[in-house]
Write a protein that binds this ligand. Structure first.
Ligand SMILES: Cc1ncc(C[n+]2csc(CCOP(=O)(O)OP(=O)(O)O)c2C)c(N)n1
Length: 353
């Protein structure tokens, strides 16, 4: 007698700009929207290059590049409404740009000044959280609040493939499922957690399939295909607004080192990087626009325009007042614990403040 099958599930991959597979229909976008998206991607790319060079000049101590991940970040923020919430991880400069954070403020934060994050609350965006995996708990919590309040907002939280091995990730997905949270967990699977390749991170074939265990929606998307990301996000967001959370796995690649303190040639083959370089999301989108007659002559010079804009913002950030000594300590706790107060005074003496 055959045993009863008590569960079955499968995961779909969303692709639009795929030349090999017959592409699915592009999301419904006006021409101006295509142009706006392309411009945002170029600005994000220029930001990345500038931040890198500022780090080399000693103006930024460490920088986490997003080159190669622009489609994933910009495409996932684009379908959001102002009232929705965003939970960034530490590599999301392109997402901040799409969300409307001023470039000089993003630079300011990378220069080590937390004042660069002031104003994010007005954009319904949390500050950067560096501990790997914690973002998922914030994404679950915000989504649960939306569910309790019975509004139709949603929250998108960013996290990496490495984070999916943390307990936080699994607890967050479980809570989101149980409480009908309006949460979308957006995992940028950029194939590495520093030097740890995805094959060693998990025995699962995909990240997206982990959604099945928690009873939430799961989908994989070509994360270097901005149109696929927008399409997948629109679909999951509509459901998340009604209490159906989702896990989205965006397949992408970090084209640069993990951070400016890393040397990825020690653990990645040149051929592999080259293969992914051919999938550069910016080139793919540019080619798509040309093939579909959406490209406009004005875009030819846009790279220089974007570079100028980014350089200007970096200069503004460099000229900003540095935070005061007190500010280094003052905003961590509502009421400063004794130990921290003692450390503050010790440091004050040491640096003669
Ligand atoms: C809890 C915790 N453990 C370790 C680290 C050090 N660390 C910073 S980034 C990183 C890898 C993260 O990989 P992934 O989640 O794939 O994100 P990616 O860096 O690829 O964007 C690690 C281990 C940390 N920040 N937090």
């Amino acid at each position: 007698m055959a045993r009863e099958q008590v569960f079955s599930g499968s995961i779909e991959k969303v692709e639009v700009m795929n030349s090999e597979n017959p592409a699915e229909e592009a999301p419904n976008l006006a021409e101006d929207e295509y142009i706006e998206l392309y411009k945002k991607m170029v600005v994000a790319r220029k930001f990345d290059e500038k931040a890198f060079s500022l780090q080399r000049r000693g103006e930024i101590s460490t920088y986490a590049p997003h080159k190669g991940q622009e489609a994933a970040q910009i495409g996932s923020i684009y379908p959001l409404r102002d009232e929705d919430w965003v939970v960034p991880s530490f590599r999301e400069s392109a997402a901040f740009i799409m969300r409307g954070a001023p470039l000089e403020k993003i630079f300011q934060r990378w220069m080590g000044d937390a004042n660069g994050q002031k104003g994010l609350a007005e954009l319904n965006t949390l500050p950067v959280a560096i501990p790997v995996g914690t973002q998922n708990l914030h994404t679950a919590g915000l989504g649960m609040a939306m569910s309790f309040k019975e509004d139709d907002n949603a929250v998108v939280g960013f996290t990496g493939d490495g984070s999916t091995s943390e307990g936080d990730f699994h607890e967050a997905l479980n809570f989101a499922g149980v409480y009908d949270a309006h949460s979308v967990f957006f995992v940028q699977n950029n194939q590495y957690a520093i030097s740890m390749p995805f094959e060693k991170q998990t025995n699962s074939d995909t990240v997206a399939q982990k959604a099945l265990a928690y009873g939430i929606n799961g989908v994989q998307v070509d994360g270097n295909d901005i149109l696929a990301v927008i399409k997948a996000m629109r679909e999951v967001l509509e459901k998340a607004r009604n209490g159906e959370p989702a896990l989205v796995e965006a397949l992408t690649y970090r084209l640069e080192d993990h951070t400016t303190s890393d040397d990825s040639t020690r653990y990645r083959e040149d051929d592999e990087v080259e293969e992914w370089r051919e999938q550069d999301p910016l080139n793919r989108f540019r080619n798509y626009l040309k093939e579909h007659d959406i490209w406009r002559d004005e875009l030819e010079g846009f790279e220089d325009e974007a570079k100028e804009k980014v350089d200007e913002a970096a200069n503004k950030a460099l000229e900003m007042d540095k935070p005061s000594f007190d500010e280094l300590f003052d905003y961590v706790y509502g009421e400063m614990p004794e130990l921290l107060a003692k450390e503050k005074e010790e440091l004050r003496k040491e640096v003669n403040e």
